[in-house]
Write a protein that binds this ligand. Structure first.
Ligand SMILES: [Zn+2]
Length: 508
């Protein structure tokens, strides 16, 4: 409802007065009732303005920009949803976003960090430089139609099971709103959209950071699709990915097995070691693996085996300790099986440094916006998804959550936004784009990301992010306080990305 009240009073009051005059032939009681309603609306507008402070007009303009571009933004998001391109292969998705930015007047720089699908789109000049992150990669195997039950669009194809089609577009929508304010002379400085590929695998932002893409930016905004709407004040988990390979000696599995040294034996001993070790790690630790090769045929002793391993913990420090022990287990397994081994770092990410000062500003703007409203059809669609995934059929929840405490024991996933947060302050939020309790990285997220439920979350995020960016441009004290908190949390740690030397693993 509040969204309807956002246009500037002078642009609202006059049309409202005209509407009131249309009712002049109604009964006195009806006319009075309408006039009282209009008066309440005007009071609400004034209240909203007072809440937004002096920069209120600029925030109204940012919201109006997102609404004006809504048809283009939904079209762009739906196209990326249908491209369903996975990590480092997001050629069409990246181009669609970059083309849109260019058409809006942004200066686009491609191939950031030697990644063909990484780009920046910039507008304006000078300080401050406010950035915003936009992801757009899909997940393998999650192809799904826009229906509330499991039905692949392309059998075996990829799908936007993390909602990144919405992520990139909402952020570009927010950047466009700021660009228009800079263009109109209302804001001063630079806005920069970061097109950040391969978040789901390899973590593309690591190479963008290594290339210095974040060196001159003051503050970065970020969001993520979700099943609820709240400002991000949790840290996430640090992780490392590495490949363990075993090299043995092939032999006939029955005629002369004594001539064989079995690489897959080592792999089995390695996973057994990991699974015994699980009992002795802290509750924040996660260890996962993906067996990629372990022999090809049953009558040959395998001379090669390969396993992708991932170790996570609440902090990089804790993760490193577990990482070392898992590498020792890999070595021990090689000794037991009498084979050679090799460990290769793929990449790793830091936990996220929260910024509560920035989070408070974002919280205020989300509260000004109020929750998203849904149609009965959208709620019914959501309940069907909940039925299909065995969840309580409560529909969608877009209530603005109060600002949470930052938990000491982080839960959940990891993101390469963590690394950005060690280079520059990052302000984050999550916005409802799927039903409550939806299993994430699943068909259910894809089913919502390509239709109005996802679109509404995308617009809501774009509005809240651009409103907070207005605050950052207009309020140097806020920027300084955000930076001060960043410095304090980072301490004297010197950031170094967990990436191997050489080119990013594009094409793998
Ligand atoms: Zn994601």
């Amino acid at each position: 409802m509040l969204i309807l009240l956002y246009p500037m009073p002078e642009t609202v009051i006059l049309p409202v007065c005209k509407i009131v005059s249309l009712f002049s032939n109604l009964t006195i009681i009806e006319s009075m009732r309408i006039k009282i309603t209009v008066l309440l609306c005007i009071i609400s507008i004034a209240y909203a303005h007072a809440q937004m402070g002096e920069v209120g007009g600029k925030k109204h303009a940012a919201i109006a920009s997102v609404e004006a571009h809504y048809p283009e933004l939904t079209d762009l998001s739906d196209r990326i949803w249908a491209f369903e391109e996975v990590a480092f292969q997001e050629v069409k998705s990246s181009k669609a976003l970059a083309d849109y930015a260019e058409a809006q007047g942004f200066r686009v720089t491609k191939n950031i960090g030697e990644i063909p699908t990484a780009f920046t789109a910039e507008y304006g000049s000078g300080s401050p430089v406010i950035g915003i992150l936009g992801e757009f990669d899909a997940l393998p195997g999650l192809s799904q139609k826009k229906v509330p039950y499991k039905a692949p669009l392309n059998e075996g194809g990829a799908g936007h099971g993390c909602g990144h089609n919405l992520f990139g577009v909402a952020s570009l929508g927010a950047a466009t709103a700021i660009k228009e304010l800079i263009e109109a002379g209302e804001l001063k400085g630079t806005v920069r959209f970061y097109g950040t590929p391969a978040e789901e695998k390899f973590f593309g932002k690591l190479w963008m950071i290594r290339a210095g893409a974040f060196d001159d930016v003051d503050v970065v905004m970020d969001w993520h699709p979700g099943a609820e709407t709240k400002v991000g004040v949790q840290t996430g988990l640090a992780l490392v990915d590495f490949m363990v390979e075993y090299y043995g000696q092939a032999a006939h599995a029955s005629a002369d097995p004594w001539n064989g040294r079995d690489a897959s034996d080592a792999l089995e001993l390695y996973t057994t070691g990991i699974n015994y070790y699980r009992e002795h790690v802290k509750p924040t630790v996660r260890i996962h693996y993906d067996i990629q090769r372990a022999g090809d045929v049953v009558n040959v002793v395998p001379d090669y085996a390969r396993i992708w391993t991932r170790v996570r913990d609440g902090s990089r420090k804790g993760m490193q300790k577990v990482w070392k022990q898992v590498e020792k287990i890999a070595e021990g397994a090689a000794m037991m099986a009498n084979v050679d081994y090799k460990i290769t770092l793929i990449s790793g990410v830091h936990e996220t440094l929260v910024n509560r000062t920035g989070a408070e500003a974002l919280q205020r703007n989300l509260e000004l916006l109020g929750p998203i409203t849904y149609t009965e059809e959208e709620q019914a669609y959501a309940r069907k998804i909940q039925e299909a995934t065995g969840k309580p059929q409560v529909g969608l929840d877009s209530e603005i959550r109060p600002l949470e405490e930052t938990w000491e024991m982080p839960r959940g996933g990891s993101t390469d936004v963590g690394d950005v947060s060690y280079v520059v302050p990052v302000i984050r939020m999550r916005c409802t784009t799927a039903p409550k309790d939806t299993p994430w990285h699943s068909w259910a997220v894809v089913a919502c990301g390509g239709m109005s439920i996802g679109h509404k979350g995308m617009a809501q995020a774009a509005k809240a992010l651009s409103m907070t960016m207005v605050d950052l441009y207009e309020n140097p004290e806020l920027r300084a306080a955000v930076k001060a908190e960043f410095k304090e949390r980072k301490g004297d740690y010197e950031y170094k990305g967990m990436v191997p030397d050489g080119q990013p693993p594009v094409g793998n």
